[in-house]
Design a protein around this ligand. Structure first.
Ligand code: NBP
Length: 477
């Protein structure tokens, strides 16, 4: 017998993906640079399905049925290129290499083009859900050609998470790097969601005066409504947790310096190149960065701020409801920005991406899975050309209803000296989009003054320049 699919790179992710495939009845070829990992997998989990382990790449390739499907799950970056260089010469026209690592989409585009020249399919595939997801059903975002997806999709859909309506959380995203691009935006949105939740927590604590265990209860309540999501659920778990060593709330004994692996940063860097404002994600990345600058924080630690008493019980309860409104509205903004970014990239790179399908496959398996995504899917199903989620009638109605509380919360945060860059940036974006006139007109005047950059007028076609250094008459620019 031959294997339907093979996995090379059997650290946590590759191992769990291979087990997931085997548990679904597929025969899985196994390979890892260091053979002990391959053996360990078979020894521990061999009973879960049919595995064909090989120590050497040629034997691994020979154990696969054609067209061959080789999944690479190694550390993203140079390791991926090294593994491609090792396996590509052993493959034949029509075979597929699937990169399930967290590759940068530009690398995926490069690799896809190079392998296509050799007659091989390269499927850059975003996989979200971590270790747990890889084993029990991740959200899967494959790029590459439609032909490759035809031969690979059914296998991936089989092992993907299933949304509540039973549909697999896997769909062909678009050509070459589209899958890894969408996975990158997923991670960016994840950063923004986590930041907004963090701000809500901070306000409930510092303004409303709630203890972490009480805030956990508030989050649990929120999780039964429109904020129902994996991240809100685990936030409640983390906040309810008590440190065994000290008896203090766990959140109080953890050093307040947030780590990052870089996909949030990639999202913002790419958004700058595409010219798409993703201020929610950017503020989240910067907030993690600020948290890590201990030197700066120490130096500024003594600067004055407001002295405010926390709210009384009745006001605190009301404030918590307002924070829910602010959190929800800010979340809608950051998702709207994420989808704008996907749309801009599709234009730039020639991808055809179904925005509703992206929402659909994030409903399960991935870190940002949420009931809310079903509504985003519905918004794009109603109007696939929706310019922004904020223009969808349902979201517009909700934000319209939330905006007063949202302003109150941001204002209160300022008055109390609690930093809420996510809430504030989202509100500023909302106000910028709905503004009749922006001070960009003044910016144009300044640019024309110092650099003769010219401007357009609201009342006439054409480009103009004012002779600022002369008689200040206007000439054609
Ligand atoms: P790691 O990212 O820790 O990579 C370890 C694997 O890469 C091992 O199998 C190792 O082989 C192999 N490898 C390396 Br390193 N250099 C190699 C080379 N030059 N040639 C051949 N093999 C090489 O594994 P992971 O945490 O399982 O993640 C795998 C991929 O999945 C990464 O791209 C990661 O970003 C992505 N991802 C991870 C998560 C997560 O939650 N961990 C989630 C989603 C995506 P060895 O055993 O011989 O050292």
């Amino acid at each position: 017998t031959k294997a339907q699919i093979g996995v090379t790179g059997l650290a946590v992710m590759g191992r769990n993906l291979a087990r997931n495939l085997a548990r679904h009845g597929h025969t899985v070829a196994l390979h890892n640079r260091t053979a002990t990992r391959t053996r360990a997998l078979v020894e521990e989990f061999g009973h879960e399905g049919t595995f064909l382990p090989s120590d050497d790449p040629a034997a691994f390739v020979a154990s696969l049925e054609r067209p061959r499907r080789v999944v690479i799950m190694v550390k993203a970056g140079m390791s991926t290129d090294a593994v491609i260089d090792e396996f590509a010469p052993l493959l034949e026209a029509g075979d597929m290499i699937i990169d399930g690592g967290n590759a940068h989409f530009e690398d995926t585009r490069r690799r896809e083009a190079a392998l296509r020249e050799r007659g091989l399919h390269f499927v850059g595939t975003g996989i979200s859900g971590g270790e747990e997801g890889a084993l029990n059903g991740p959200s899967i975002m494959p790029g590459g050609s439609p032909e490759a997806y035809a031969a690979l999709g059914p296998l991936l859909e089989d092992i993907a998470a299933k949304a509540d309506d039973g549909t697999p959380c896997c769909t062909h995203i678009g050509a070459d790097g589209a899958g890894h691009f969408v996975k990158m935006v997923h991670n960016g949105i994840e950063y923004a969601d986590m930041q907004l939740i963090g701000e809500a927590y901070d306000l409930l604590r510092q303004v409303a005066g709630y203890r972490p265990a009480e805030i956990a209860e508030i989050f649990r309540t929120w999780n039964t409504g429109r904020l129902d999501s994996y991240l809100i659920e685990i936030t409640a778990e983390v906040l309810a947790h008590t440190d065994a060593a000290t008896g203090r709330p766990f959140v109080d004994v953890v050093a307040d310096s947030a780590g990052q692996k870089g996909t949030g940063r990639w999202t913002v860097q790419t958004a700058l190149d595409l010219g798409v404002p993703v201020s929610g994600i950017a503020e989240a990345v910067f907030a993690r960065s600020v948290s890590g600058h201990t030197g700066l924080r120490q130096a500024a630690g003594g600067l004055p701020g407001p002295q405010r008493a926390t709210l009384g019980a009745e006001d605190a309860r009301h404030f918590a409801d307002q924070v829910e409104q602010a959190l929800y509205a800010s979340k809608v903004v950051s998702y709207a920005q994420g989808w704008n970014m996907i749309d801009a990239a599709a234009g730039e790179y020639g991808w055809t991406i179904d925005p509703g399908a992206v929402a659909a496959i994030w409903r399960g398996g991935c870190i940002i899975r949420a009931a809310f995504l079903d509504r985003i899917r519905a918004a794009f199903d109603t109007d696939p050309k929706l310019p922004t989620l904020l223009a969808d009638s349902e979201f517009a109605g909700e934000i319209g209803a939330a905006q007063r509380d949202w302003r109150t919360v941001v204002g209160t945060a300022v008055a109390y000296g609690v930093p809420t860059p996510g809430f504030s940036a989202a509100l500023a974006y909302y106000d910028a989009l709905r503004a009749e006139r922006l001070p960009a007109a003044l910016t144009q005047g300044q640019r024309d003054y110092f650099g003769a950059h010219t401007y357009r007028r609201v009342d006439r076609e054409g480009s103009f320049h004012t002779l600022w250094g002369g008689d200040r008459s206007e000439v054609a620019g």
